[in-house]
Design a protein around this ligand. Structure first.
Ligand code: 5GP
Ligand code: ZN
Length: 114
């Protein structure tokens, strides 16, 4: 989708520090990290929120989380734990309208979130 920053990153039109890539998803460093490790995992397909994911897209949604676990493992986060977050819509704090999984680690996180 034109003018979508994450589609542009997926198409290599905008640079990013990509840490994993395949034909369906990619993972890259967040430009404003909120923790020592802060990665974003995105589908190449432009979904705005979870609400756009059709039942037949379940395998892609599953793959997104498999890759989130993989990059977390590669960063050594499995032992201490890490947080995966999807913000959906304004009140959740979504600022980029292309569905993405945050992978946050390297420090303690509190619950409930702010
Ligand atoms: P949201 O607030 O939508 O859940 O998360 C969007 C995330 O994307 C934020 O953590 C923000 O720092 C990150 N972000 C926004 N623009 C860019 C960009 O151009 N490049 C990268 N690598 N991250 C971005
Ligand atoms: Zn997009």
């Amino acid at each position: 989708m034109e003018n979508c920053i994450f589609c542009r990153i997926a198409n290599r039109e905008t640079p990013a520090r990509i840490v994993y890539e395949d034909e369906r998803v990619l993972a890259f460093e967040d430009i404003r990290p909120q923790s020592p490790v802060h990665l974003l995992v995105i589908p190449r397909k432009h979904w705005m929120t979870l609400g756009d994911v059709a039942p037949e897209d379940g395998a892609l949604l599953g793959h997104l989380f498999i890759v989130a676990a993989r990059v977390a493992r590669e960063r050594g986060l499995e032992g201490t734990g890490y947080r995966t977050v999807i913000n959906n819509g304004a009140w959740a704090g979504q600022t980029v309208d292309h569905l993405h999984v945050h992978v946050l680690g390297g420090r303690v996180f509190h619950w409930p979130p702010g």
